[in-house]
Design a protein around this ligand. Structure first.
Ligand SMILES: Nc1nc2c(ncn2[C@@H]2O[C@H](COP(=O)(O)OP(=O)(O)OP(=O)(O)O)[C@@H](O)[C@H]2O)c(=O)[nH]1
Ligand SMILES: [K+]
Ligand SMILES: [Mg+2]
Length: 451
């Protein structure tokens, strides 16, 4: 292997109890030969004295780990130094490593890039790893681990394997028409294509759970001015995020807070109060706020509408239409202002209504309970979870489906094979494997032709 040996601080920068420096490449062993008081056994932590390779000054007394390739994260020889996490220790070690010939600091993502290049991880597993590092909630962590463990990649590889087999049969029919192959093979292949299409479609039809879990589930608070939307946001966030005032039209910009509901990442946003105002109003800013609020609500996963109990008939038809066209909950706020518990306007009777007061806290737990239940029911990682976590996966699968659809429209095996080849390539894009050689392997294995 001729690549340069790279090194980097793998733990967060700054003062800490322990700092880990990772070194990967063909010359990694130099660290243990030129800078260490001893050479550890593979994979067994050893306490060593670490020296500067030139002036032999002692840098630290640290733990060293030696992972000879290919049994390492990158697939190359890897050394890990678990140093005392002071800045001077880390800086001194980094400087010392740079003095070794053929060593240079790693670029962002370079260790993982090498792992990918050495077939230690495929693309979906790389993505899973990056999601795991970024995971903020339990459900995100679980999804990331499943992807990192190759759940999506196994699924896609399985589909790809089926496709390659169909293709091999077709290729054989085209290339070796004299060979004794079963009759009606094309119909068989077509039936298999149909089955594969069904399976892929089933996985695509998952309401974007994976992506939503990765990016956060969006809940938009909407409703007329002064209903208490910003007050509710502050209660949910447990801090004063948004300005609350008795002036109608206080909120203009969209304000977002991140919550963890039952382990799921949720982004709740406060929006401008919706009301009908003249196009030529003097307050163009409020108009723009309303425009943004509507757009935002339309793209949210869930709308949470807030109305003032004494003014709960105050909504324009457009707001109602908005609520009916998305998943939504209704909160009737300021119930501290009246003892009459029966007030629910007829027009809201179709919705799931909770009476709350952001002032006294009444009903807030009940509302949170409903939100939690909704999130779990709609985002829950059921056994049939597709594991599609990115638009990139979705587009590739859609392209694959389109190619499969086209392959069924022709009776010419050559054209059908071309579409199957394309479909295979789209699946390969998901995992990063686009090898066609394996095709021939299958032909030879299944038919023993030419042997
Ligand atoms: N009595 C009572 N007053 C409330 C309650 N919630 C909010 N308010 C008051 O209602 C007024 C409007 O509250 P906001 O939270 O600013 O309302 P908003 O819906 O964000 O208003 P805009 O941003 O202007 O659309 C403020 O004076 C709040 O103090 C409540 O539960 N009870
Ligand atoms: K207000
Ligand atoms: Mg507001």
């Amino acid at each position: 292997m001729t690549s340069e040996t790279i090194f980097a601080l793998s733990t967060a920068p700054g003062q800490a109890g322990v700092a880990v420096i990772r070194i990967s490449g063909s010359k990694a062993r130099f660290v243990l030969q030129e800078m260490s008081s001893s050479f550890p056994e593979p994979r067994i932590a050893a306490l060593i004295k670490l020296f500067d390779p030139e002036d032999k000054a002692e840098l630290d007394r640290c733990l060293a780990l030696w992972f000879p390739g290919p049994g390492s994260f990158t697939g190359e020889d890897v050394v890990e130094l678990h140093l005392h996490g002071g800045r001077a220790v880390v800086d001194g070690t980094i400087e010392a490593l740079a003095k070794l010939p053929g060593f240079r600091p790693a670029e962002a993502g370079e260790f993982t890039r090498r792992a990918f290049d050495n077939d230690k991880l495929d693309l979906t597993e790389v993505e899973g790893l990056s999601d795991l590092i970024a995971a903020e909630t339990e459900a995100q962590r679980k999804q990331a681990i499943r992807q990192m463990d190759g759940e999506l990649s196994k699924l896609v590889e399985g589909w790809r394997d089926r496709l390659v087999r169909m293709l091999a049969y077709l290729e054989a029919e085209i290339d070796f028409p004299d060979e004794e192959l079963e009759e009606g093979i094309s119909d068989q292949v077509k039936h298999k294509i149909e089955e594969l299409r069904e399976d892929i479609r089933h996985h695509l039809d998952d309401s974007h759970r994976g992506e939503r879990l990765r990016n956060g589930i969006k809940i938009a608070i909407v409703g007329p001015p002064n209903a208490g939307k910003s007050s509710l946001l502050n209660v949910l966030a447990r801090r004063e995020v948004a300005i609350v005032s008795d002036v109608a039209g206080t909120t203009r910009d969209i304000i977002e807070v991140h919550l963890d509901l039952s382990g799921y990442p949720v982004i709740v946003s406060d929006t401008a109060g919706l009301r009908e105002i003249e196009e030529n109003t003097t307050d163009g800013i409020e108009l723009e706020g309303i425009r943004r609020a509507k757009l935002h609500a339309e793209s949210a996963d869930l709308c949470l509408a807030v109305f003032d109990i004494e003014d709960s008939d105050n909504f324009d038809q457009e707001t109602l239409r908005l609520l009916s066209s998305t998943s939504s909950f209704v909160a009737i706020n300021k119930c501290d202002k009246t003892d009459d518990n029966e007030i629910t306007p007829v027009s809201l009777s179709d919705f799931d209504v909770t009476k709350i007061s952001t002032k006294t806290g009444e009903g807030i737990d009940a509302l949170l309970e409903k939100l939690n239940t909704w999130v779990v029911a709609n985002m829950g990682l059921s056994g049939s979870s597709s594991g599609i976590t990115r638009q990139r996966h979705r587009s590739a699968l859609q392209e694959c489906l389109d190619s499969l659809g086209r392959s069924l429209e022709t009776d010419l095996p050559e054209l059908c094979a071309e579409d199957l080849r394309l479909a295979t390539r789209y699946l390969g894009r998901i995992t990063g494997k686009v090898d066609v050689e394996e095709l021939l392997d299958v032909i030879f294995r299944d038919f023993c032709i030419g042997k």
